[in-house]
Design a protein around this ligand. Structure first.
Ligand code: SAM
Length: 237
């Protein structure tokens, strides 16, 4: 990866007041190389300019680390990971974490597997819909932290993600603007046994305002949820 990538990355990480090791920085460069190369044949990302990849994919993925103290060895799920964002940069930066990359489509699965092997990291890679995982005892209420970016509206996303969170754990939703979505999702969050706890705003380079919405799981989610994919999309809570 070129110098512009690394200086954009370091600038954005400084804005976030987050430091990563030289080894992690090198791996971000390798992952970005693979992403841009494979993107010529696979539709992995719309972002291909190295500086934008550095800021919007890598630095942005790490934003959660500058606001939330994720405990060592915590179980973290990235719902709708796509080409591995947010979970891959998080695991590169925090190799102690137990990260699961969850996505419903197979399309980018091979890329995620190959890239992680190349990076020497070993996340659990799950090809499953989040709402199916949320009904499966292997995944339901098994995660300390669930993160998700660019997957669905908060009310729909809450039904995908909150059933996966352990009581006492958190769901972190990466959004641009938070206020409207939070208002519309209030009912859904309460029904799923969550409570909106905080919002954190940040800006990376001049790419606009971003917000992390933190939702605490206060007790077990009713077995009624998550509902089927069709019910969730046709009739959001
Ligand atoms: N999170 C990545 C990012 O920020 O670059 C990818 C975002 S991409 C726009 C949305 C991803 O969410 C797609 O890979 C899609 O397959 C996945 N997705 C959508 N609905 C899902 C669901 N119900 N369960 C699991 N994955 C889902």
């Amino acid at each position: 990866m070129n110098d512009e990538f690394f200086s954009a990355l370091i600038g954005a990480l400084n804005q976030l007041e987050t430091a990563v090791s030289d080894e992690a920085t090198k791996k971000f460069g390798l992952y970005a190389d693979m992403l841009i190369e494979k993107n010529k044949f696979l539709n992995l990302t719309a972002i291909t300019n190295p500086q934008e990849v550095a800021v919007k994919h890598f630095a942005d993925s790490l934003a959660v680390l500058s606001f939330i103290d994720i405990k060592p060895s915590a179980h973290v799920a990235d719902v709708g990971t796509g080409a591995g964002f947010l979970g891959v940069p998080l695991l590169i930066a925090r190799q102690d974490l137990n990260i699961s990359l969850i996505d419903s489509t197979n399309k980018k699965l091979q890329f995620r597997k190959e890239a992680c092997t190349h990076m020497g990291i070993n996340p659990k890679i799950k090809h499953i819909r989040a709402e199916d995982a949320g009904k499966n005892p292997l995944y339901r209420e098994k995660y300390d932290v669930v993160v998700s970016r660019a997957v669905a509206d908060l009310k729909v996303l809450s039904e995908y993600c909150l059933p996966l969170v352990k009581p006492g754990g958190i769901f972190v939703s990466y959004k641009g603007e938070a206020e409207k979505e939070l208002k519309e999702a209030k009912n859904a969050i309460a029904k799923l046994s969550g409570r909106a706890e905080a919002t954190y705003e940040y800006e990376l380079s001049d790419f606009g305002k971003k917000t992390l919405i933190i939702i605490r799981k206060i007790s077990q989610t009713s077995p009624k949820y998550p509902r089927s994919s069709t019910q969730i999309s046709k009739n959001p809570l």
